[in-house]
Structure formats: C-alpha cells, structure tokens
Design a protein around this ligand. Structure first.
Ligand code: UDP
Length: 202
C-alpha cells in the first residue's frame, strides 16, 4: 500500500518482516553493484518526530525522502488507523537495530556505531554481538553532530569500510546529520537510532 501521511509526515505501511526484507534488498543491491550506490536513509518515526516536523520543514523533508520510514510506536499506528490508512504493526528502532544486526552477522555486512556518550557505543556493539554472533563491528565513535566534526567522522567511517551506519545523536539531529551527508556517506544504509545504544548498554 502507499504510505500514509500523518500531519504531512510519511509513514510506510510495512510489517517488521517487510522492513527487514527491504533492508536486505538495499544491502544486497549495494554489494552486487560495481559502482558505489547512494546511501539509503532509514527513519523510525514516533509522535515526537511528527510534532518536530511541524516546526521544522527540513526535518519533514528529510523524513519524507527516506528510503524507509517506520511506524515507531503505537501513537503512529493509531494515527494511521484514524486516517483509515492503517499500518500493520509498530516497528521500533531497537527491534530494527537488532534485526539488522542479525542480518549483518548472517551476510557479513559490517556495522559502524556512531554517537552516544564516549564508551557507550562500544558496549552496545558487544551487546549486539551477543545477540547476533559473528557480527562485525567496523568501528565505534562518539563524536558529535557538530558541523566542524563532519569531515573527520566521514573519514573514520570510510576507513572502517562499513556497510551500515547507525547514528545515535537523538532526533532530529541524527536524522538531519545523515540527510545532509547522504551523498558523501560511504555506506549502503544509514539509520538514526536515538537512545538505542544507551538502552543496549543498560
Ligand atoms: N547524543 C549524542 N550527542 C549529542 C546529542 C545526543 O551522542 O549531541 C546521544 C545521547 O548520548 C543518546 C542519544 O544521542 O545516546 C539520544 O538519545 P535520546 O533518548 O535523547 O533520543 P531519542 O530516542 O529521544 O531520539
């Protein structure tokens, strides 16, 4: 089905399983391609995103152009139902992150974990490796979403030869960071993960 627009913000009407299939397809297309394909952005939309997008047209544009927009939370599922364009289920960021880790472990894709407080991404990476044995963590780095750090971060990701970039700078900073760097990001797929590293690190 076509996406539903909640107050102008796109939400794809997909099950967790369909999301995973799309992620798998993005990664395998990138792997098969002889030239680097543009980075695909993944966004998980919760009600706070929708409210923030009302005030921030760049954030709204960022979400609406993404390769995949997931309904993160029951509030979005209820809004879609109210609009009579229901989405089958909620697909949370943390669930997607763990599914993605399993997919990466299985297919040999490398994950880079960017953001959160120093040391947190390292622990989150270890937790993901426990959940998805064999997962390769290409690198971790706290850094910050500040403009003057962008070049150095892109260089780190490039050197790490990652396939997937997970960015934990909170919304909207993380999603806008990915959006403005899309054409320069040397990964197949990039996703904002909010507080997921903190959650995993406990
Ligand atoms: N964060 C960061 N740098 C910043 C701002 C935030 O690394 O400049 C991290 C913060 O440490 C936390 C995550 O971004 O790990 C944001 O989590 P939060 O739960 O606030 O995000 P949400 O899930 O609400 O988008």
């Amino acid at each position: 089905p076509p996406p539903v627009y909640v107050l102008g913000v796109r939400v794809d009407r997909l099950t967790q399983r369909q999301v995973l299939a799309s992620l798998e397809q993005i990664l395998s297309s990138a792997q098969r391609s002889s030239t680097p394909l543009p980075c695909q952005q993944i966004v998980t939309v919760n009600p706070e995103f929708v409210m923030a997008a009302q005030r921030d047209s760049l954030f709204c544009a960022c979400i609406n152009q993404a390769a995949l927009v997931m309904a993160d939370g029951i509030g979005i599922v209820l809004a879609a139902r109210y609009l009579r364009q229901p989405t089958p289920e909620r697909v949370t960021g943390i669930d997607t992150l763990s599914e993605l880790a399993t997919l990466c472990a299985r297919q040999g894709y490398r994950m880079f974990l960017l953001g959160a407080a120093p040391g947190v991404a390292e622990i989150a990476g270890e937790r993901l490796q426990e959940m998805a044995p064999g997962l390769q963590i290409a690198g971790t780095y706290a850094g910050s979403p500040a403009l003057d750090e962008e070049q150095a971060i892109l260089e780190r990701v490039r050197t790490a030869r990652a396939d997937v970039l997970c960015v934990a700078y909170g919304a909207p900073a993380q999603d806008l960071w990915i959006y403005r760097n899309l054409s320069r990001l040397p990964v197949a797929l990039a996703m904002g993960v909010g507080g997921s590293f903190d959650f995993l690190a406990g």
